[in-house]
Ligand binder design. Structure first.
Ligand code: GAL
Length: 851
């Protein structure tokens, strides 16, 4: 069977239909019972996904939401980011990326629901877990416990958000999209550290939330003692084992981690979709009715919003929508098929409790059968080693290890978590040099200008104090940077200098990184950095002192404030000492910790607003390279086309970058990940954990940094960098993210496409599995078939090869069916290709490209 479909001219008609069907209607009444969230009297099976609005731009939101809807989501879940909304106490920001109302309304316009996780503590790898830094300075405050000043602030912000939603009529009870709200976040994971006050606090939080009368249920995640009627929910890689604390509450999974976050210095985590789909199917199999992907779109930690310490700027998360908002395939497509399969079971799922039977060791059948004759079944093989053939209701079923088959009629398999029908798309990054504006087409590098950031104290608001200060209390996080400066007298006859001027500067810091300068010069190896597992820094730097006055300037920096753990807000950072000069030969030590230090919060360039690019001080002669503490600026044209844009910072050290005044985040391509422990083909079978499947070992954790298209003009864009350690900005390039190859590999043993489920049953004819290819970008058609094989092809997308058995006609049949079309479907069957090897289960593998 071969289908060609949707040539270019058909697309507008389809879009029109979609627009008509996207009409919005929301329920007025949301309740719950032990099986499900109940909307307008109807129990619902709901699929949800997290998109954090400040991790993308308002211009990206409609597309992200539409792609979520197309992927089969019913609900968008987001935290509310207090420190973004109230950066200064009583000064609110609900503009741009922080326009929460706009985001919620866009979700509503797409016809989806919202789960609003107000927190206001959010964790989320977000700076300080979402708390504004000023909170720390409120007199008498203790965060996240039974403390009056804290509770007052938490209540004030929660009320602010709830009132704002109410005013806009955004709760479902008012006809809006919000069907659930969350208060606190995973407090139960750490509450024992807060003693008996924890219980009082959580009771208070529950009462406070309930008193706001939102008309929709509240949840608390990872809070087994969540007071009624608040629903306690589960977070984790698997939640099928979870049961809520009352039989009147539904089983809800608020964070199914679709991948994991990336720290600077770490390899890139990924989660195979076979395992993610397995976890989801197991959850619905075992009575769950609401599941949320954390993240569905991870996005980008712009500015200094990342938490940590050491959370990278990319928050891609291996989510179904990648950092740039493109479909990650086959993840997105396989989950879309899964969601359709689960929806085919919805009526039976919500109608009853399941009956579970064992079909053998590690083999489990779960049946939802109603009095009215509805029946849906899930067959699971939770073994990690061997595939199994099971007998269920008189039929035989093949169950790969670590997989679940879904049978919406208790007979036919519509989906198996380990059998991927979806296409795979291999993205490619097209590198383009930074094309500088036409009016500066001189020699390479001349289009860059620079300003040196002075070493040590230069700002008027510097101050002196005896002893070493903790950094966060000193900077209040107004900047990543804090200078610790000391002028110290070294007598010519000092013991340190008796063997010449060599000594060792020993510095201990709580983190996160530091750079040392002696007498105004960068001290050789004078940098130290912590890591995401241990933020502390200790450096021993050989230094050369002069007799008489010497200056020691230590630039200490934070890389995202701690966001997790009991009392995380008190973790602290900076050079708390000791700071010592150690004699090289006689072993004596001169402790400088208790001397009078001078402090400067932030950089001179920050004070001068260099990120805007508008200063008159930029110098365009002979560009210095590989120098620490330097601001760079250039003007450039946007790469042509609409592909998402990244800047490749290879060649630079560490710093922050701004495009047209907007911070695209911290860059740090010189922080290289571990060399071992990575694999590109992780075995999905068996329990997943955050360090099970890693890639990118031995490479920069992050070299590409997202620049949202909407921040770019076609020409005359200003890029400003602050470079801490030294780099060559002329090496900076653009990378545009494009679709490389489109692949699919489907076996005769796969279920037929989930979309054919009903048609197959009504016509009664038994069609087989199919390969379906579709170009991901509108207006593209399949332009070439790079590989096609029917038989026993091997390898993956980009590396397919023919196996021992292969049909000679495959390539020409596929070419004929697909070239020139936006999409095509081909039956994986001997009817189409003939039989190149009898008695063998065959598969069809195709690699195509679209233009
Ligand atoms: C959870 C937390 C989320 C996020 C996640 C890891 O514990 O609730 O906010 O931090 O871990 O990505």
């Amino acid at each position: 069977m071969i289908r060609r479909s949707r040539r270019r001219e058909e697309i507008p008609v389809i879009l029109l239909c979609l627009a008509v069907f996207a009409a919005v209607s929301f329920a007025a009444n949301v309740t719950y019972d032990h099986r499900a969230v109940v909307i307008d009297g109807k129990r619902r099976v709901l699929v949800s996904g997290s998109i954090h609005y400040p991790r993308s731009t308002p211009e990206m939101w409609p597309d992200l939401i539409q792609k979520s809807k197309d992927g089969g989501l019913d609900v968008i879940e987001t935290y509310v980011f207090w420190n973004g909304h109230e950066p200064v106490r009583n000064q609110y920001n609900f503009e741009g990326r922080y326009d929460l109302v706009k985001f919620v309304k866009l979700v509503a316009e797409a016809g989806l629901y919202v789960h609003l996780r107000i927190g206001p503590y959010v964790c989320a790898e977000w700076n300080y877990g979402g708390f504004p830094l000023w909170l720390h300075f409120v007199p008498g405050i203790e965060l996240r416990t039974d403390n009056e000043p804290f509770k007052a602030e938490m209540q004030r912000f929660t009320v602010k958000i709830v009132d704002m939603m109410k005013q806009e009529r955004l709760f479902a009870s008012q006809g809006g999209p919000i069907i659930l709200s969350q208060i606190e976040n995973e407090y139960g994971n750490i509450d024992s550290a807060y003693g008996p006050a924890a219980k009082t606090y959580i009771k208070w939080a529950a009462t406070m939330a309930l008193s706001l009368n939102t008309g929709v249920p509240w949840v608390m995640c990872q809070q087994s003692d969540a007071p009624d009627p608040i629903i306690n929910t589960c977070n984790g890689f698997y939640c099928d084992n979870f049961t809520p604390n009352s039989n009147n509450k539904p089983k809800i999974w608020t964070e199914n981690w679709s991948g994991w976050f990336l720290p600077f210095g770490g390899p890139v985590p990924y989660r195979p979709v076979e395992d993610l789909a397995f976890a989801v199917a197991r959850f619905y199999q075992r009575g769950g009715t609401f599941q949320n992907y954390y993240m569905y779109h991870g996005g980008t930690n712009f500015g200094r919003s990342s938490g940590g310490p050491f959370i990278a700027t990319s928050y891609d998360y291996d989510a179904p929508l990648d950092e740039y908002g493109l479909l990650r395939q086959p993840k997105w497509g396989h989950l879309k098929d899964l969601h359709k399969a689960i929806k085919l079971c919805e009526k039976a799922l919500v109608a009853t409790d399941p009956t579970v039977t064992s079909l053998g060791p590690n083999l489990e059948a779960t049946v939802y059968r109603t009095g009215s004759g509805l029946c849906a079944a899930f067959l699971a093989n939770i073994g990690t080693q061997s595939d199994a053939t099971v007998n269920f209701s008189g039929n035989s079923y093949h169950l790969p290890a670590w997989s679940v088959s879904i049978l919406p009629d208790c007979k036919n398999v519509v989906f198996n978590t380990a059998k991927i029908n979806s296409v795979t798309v291999v993205p490619s990054f097209m590198r383009q040099s930074l094309k500088v504006a036409a009016d500066s087409s001189d020699a390479i590098g001349s289009a860059w200008s620079y300003i040196n950031e002075p070493v040590g104290i230069t700002k008027g608001d510097a101050f002196s104090k005896v002893g070493l200060l903790e950094q966060i209390n000193t900077t209040a996080d107004k900047s990543d940077y804090l200078w610790y400066s000391l002028s110290t007298d070294i007598k010519a006859d000092n013991a340190f200098l008796e063997d010449g001027s060599q000594t060792v500067l020993h510095v201990q810091s709580l983190g996160h990184a530091l750079h040392a300068f002696i007498n105004g010069k960068f001290a050789g190896d004078g940098s130290g950095k912590g890591s995401s597992s241990n933020a502390k820094v200790t450096v021993d730097i050989p230094v050369t002192l002069v007799p008489g006055k010497n200056t020691i300037d230590l630039l200490s920096l934070t890389v995202g404030l701690q966001n997790y753990g009991a009392f995380y807000d008190k973790t602290g950072a900076g050079i708390t000492g000791p700071v010592q000069l150690k004699g090289l030969h006689n072993g004596s030590t001169n402790d400088l910790s208790s001397q009078q230090w001078t402090y400067q919060v932030g950089l001179k360039g920050e004070e001068l607003n260099l990120p805007s690019g508008s200063s008159s001080q930029w110098i365009s002669q002979t560009l210095p390279k590989k120098q620490p503490l330097i601001w760079y600026k250039t003007t450039f044209d946007a790469p042509t086309g609409n592909d998402p844009v990244a800047i490749d910072f290879t060649g630079m050290g560490k710093g922050e970058a701004w495009v047209n005044g907007q911070s695209i985040g911290r860059y740090w391509p010189t922080y290289i990940s571990q060399t071992g422990g990575c694999t590109d083909s992780c075995n999905y079978r068996g329990g997943y954990s955050s360090n099970k499947c890693l890639k990118n070992c031995g490479k920069p954790s992050q070299s590409l940094y997202h620049v949202p298209r909407s921040w770019l003009k076609s020409s005359g864009n200003i890029l400003v960098l602050f470079e801490e350690t030294g780099g060559d900005p002329t090496q900076i390039a653009f990378a545009a993210k494009q679709t490389g190859s489109l692949c699919s590999h489907v076996s005769q043993s796969h279920p037929l496409p989930v979309d054919m489920w009903s048609s197959d049953r009504t016509t009664g004819k038994k069609s087989g599995p199919m390969v379906s290819l579709e170009c991901p970008v509108p207006n593209q058609v399949i332009s070439s078939i790079k590989f096609a094989s029917f038989g026993t092809p091997r390898g993956g997308c980009g590396s397919f090869s023919h196996g021992r058995c292969s049909s000679t006609k495959a390539l020409s049949i596929v070419q004929k069916a697909c070239i020139g079309s936006k999409s095509c479907s081909i039956g994986v069957s001997t009817d189409t290709f003939g039989d190149p090897c009898r008695g063998v289960t065959k598969s069809l593998a195709i690699e195509a490209s679209c233009t």
